[in-house]
Design a protein around this ligand. Sequence first.
Ligand code: SAM
Length: 294
Amino acid sequence: KTPQIGSRTRTRAIMEKYGIHTKKSFGQNFLTDLNVLKRIVDAGEITKADNVIEIGPGIGALTEQLAQAAGEVLALEIDQDLIPVLNEVLKPYPNVKVLNQDVLAANLPALIQEQFTDPTKPVKVVANLPYYITSPILMNLLKVPVKWAAICVMMQKEVAQRLAAQPGTKQYGALTLAIEYQMTATIAFNVSRHAFVPSPNVDSAIVVLKPRKEPLPVQPFDQQKLFGFIRGCFAHRRKSLWNNLQSVIGKQADVKEKMQTILDQAGISPQIRPERLTLDQFIDLANRLHAAAL
Ligand code: SAM
């Protein structure tokens, strides 16, 4: 019986047979730990009722595990050299399709409609992400008009901690809030650098994003402006909210007076650090400033 793709022996054999040298430029670190691969599929709670999009299948280690658990798998790989390899090693799995695509350029809603037999099934994203573009990929997934049933992805541990951070911690910031706006983030488990070939210089973690259960209590007047405002408030994270607001909005006496009133009304102390504000408070504050034409 052929060992599974994610085993060290099979990975080595595939790389030798096809003359594959991993490419740093594409963030290629292949997982060679079957236990980790299975735990990723478990963390995503993947069942036959799910359609799965995999970003960056590499030589198919995670794809194979997904194929066994999911209804259908659509795998998007940017490296054209890997496409013939994937087509060959994944031949035993008729429920897998591999496309040579850059996920950042792909039209995901259209692919879901065109590539899955039943596009109405829940769609989950599962991936061992290329680390150099983790944030752009996540931001893009959250921007497209698709209601993801779950996003279960491996990333650098430090980024994972920022996604799942609580207010008042140094990991908490604009990225945390951009995710929280739509999803709830939890770290499922950490993964040692030694689970990969080649080993990256950092440790990793699996993050599971699920749709928010509760809608936001207050909607922002403008989503894009809200996040511009939030980034501005975190520009000097060691300074007070008051100092940051002056850089974002203005230092003139009349502006400061209005800002002071608004903070009072919102029940927010000007002296707190931005990292103490919750998403709801940022939205409330941005709305009040907007209403006061600031
Ligand atoms: N899934 C495999 C595994 O777990 O062993 C490979 C993971 S490796 C960390 C990241 C994969 O993403 C590589 O195969 C790389 O070529 C691919 N990749 C990098 N940038 C991509 C992009 N923009 N779109 C699609 N795939 C990309």
